[in-house]
Design a protein around this ligand. Structure first.
Ligand code: AMP
Ligand code: MG
Length: 394
């Protein structure tokens, strides 16, 4: 059988998604709603931080040159965080000051309250500070106009905090692609329904929707269309409304009821790819919207998404690809000739453990894995300790 190399199908999928990416648009979000999103442009600080000299400690603001050993000085006032009135330290005095309160004019250091004894309006210190001690100077953190986050930053909590600290309320981020998910299969019933003989629970829509969300996409709709081509056409019509991309599962192999292939054959390419699981693949379109067609077995869906689609989808919302890793097998492994096999496994301190057999229906077994173990098409036997490529699962 003439199977398409994985790299070729991956490139075909990437080309379709890259074309969507050419329309890359930005949207503006409140900073508090932008966790995990990717900046569409540099953001510079509209203010200088700290904006004014202030105290890093609770203590006393002093002018170092005015202090004379442990001799007491007058306490000329108290300054609290939030005090907006500008204050001046009289010569030879100290002012009580709290953390974050503005340093009075004329002061050049703060002595921690722990090193002071205050009594009858005067204060004595058991140590002398050096100039600048416990003073936070304006601009120490950032100056107005300097970058806070650069374009293509995946916004984590620390970035959002930095933007808020600068008084930035909104941020331009890359728009997320909208994906619609359609399962096929007349044997499938939704979780929560009693199973009749011959039926199984529908799981691919949940898996694919979650994979899309985990990789920067919005899921516009997700559901099951059965196996009747007319129903699939109706589902596709509905799915493409507002979606950038449609993902289907099932219905593209060699059986007599293959609604996805039968409905979309004229609009794209369907055929076997040299991988296991995930052999049958298709890339097509419906009313101008690309449709990426995966086979139906639950593990095939996982592997197809991670290997063929994930990184191109991530790129659409500005997310970086997830790099592969290298690891050593803890036990020997066999594979089939002519196809790249992706076995499920998990990483341990002693190496990667292959988990479960190659069967693509083993959905629960696959849940214990955190990586796909790639075994090259020409390799049929690997000894314990062999180095392999690992695809961390998203
Ligand atoms: P297909 O690719 O449609 O021939 O499906 C291959 C296998 O995967 C069959 O055993 C199906 O019952 C199963 N399957 C297909 N779609 C789903 C789904 N959405 N959820 C769970 N199993 C499925
Ligand atoms: Mg089917």
């Amino acid at each position: 059988m003439n199977r398409r190399p994985i790299a070729d199908h991956r490139a075909a999928v990437a080309a379709v998604l890259d074309a969507l990416g050419a329309r890359r648009e930005a949207e503006t979000l409140p900073v508090g709603a932008a966790l995990g999103r990717v900046t569409a442009r540099d953001v510079t600080a509209p203010v200088t931080l700290p904006p004014f000299a202030n105290s890093a400690m609770d203590g006393f603001a002093v002018r170092v040159a005015d202090l004379d050993g442990t001799a007491s000085v007058q306490v000329a006032g108290r300054i609290f965080a939030g005090d907006v009135q500008r204050r001046t330290l009289p010569p030879g005095a100290a002012m009580a000051i709290m953390t974050g309160a503005p340093l009075p004019d004329g002061a050049d250091a703060v002595i921690q309250v722990e090193h002071s004894v205050e009594q009858d309006g005067r204060v004595r210190f058991d140590r002398l500070p050096s100039a600048g001690e416990f003073v936070r100077s304006p601009g120490e953190d950032v100056s107005s106009g300097e970058p806070v986050v650069t374009e293509n930053t995946v916004l984590a909590a620390r970035h959002l905090g930095a933007l808020a600290a600068c008084g930035v309320g909104e941020v331009d981020v890359v728009r997320r692609p909208v994906v619609a998910v359609i399962s096929t299969g007349s044997e499938l019933v939704p979780p929560g329904t009693p199973l009749q003989p011959g039926q199984i629970y529908e799981s691919n829509a949940v898996t694919l929707a979650a994979l899309c969300r985990a990789n920067g996409a919005v899921v516009g709709s997700a559901g099951c269309a059965g196996d009747e081509p007319g129903a699939l056409a109706t589902a596709l019509d509905r799915a493409v409304d507002g979606a950038d991309l449609v993902l289907t599962s099932g219905g593209i192999s060699m059986g007599e009821r293959e609604p996805v292939r039968q409905t979309l054959a004229g609009t794209g390419e369907f055929g076997p790819v040299a991988m296991q699981p995930g052999g049958p693949q298709g890339i097509a379109e419906w009313k101008g919207v690309p449709v990426c067609c995966f086979p139906g077995n639950p593990v095939s869906v996982l592997v197809s998404f991670e290997v063929l689609l994930r990184d191109s989808l991530r790129a659409l919302s500005g997310l970086p690809p997830i790099p592969t890793e290298r690891g050593r097998l803890t036990a020997p492994l066999t594979s089939v000739p002519g196809k790249t096999q992706f076995r499920r496994g998990y990483r341990t301190s002693g190496g990667v453990v292959a988990h479960g057999g190659p069967g693509s229906h083993l959905a629960v077994t696959a849940a214990a894995a955190d990586v796909l173990i790639e075994i090259d098409a020409e390799v049929t036997e690997l000894p314990a300790g062999a180095e392999v490529t690992l695809w961390p699962m998203s």
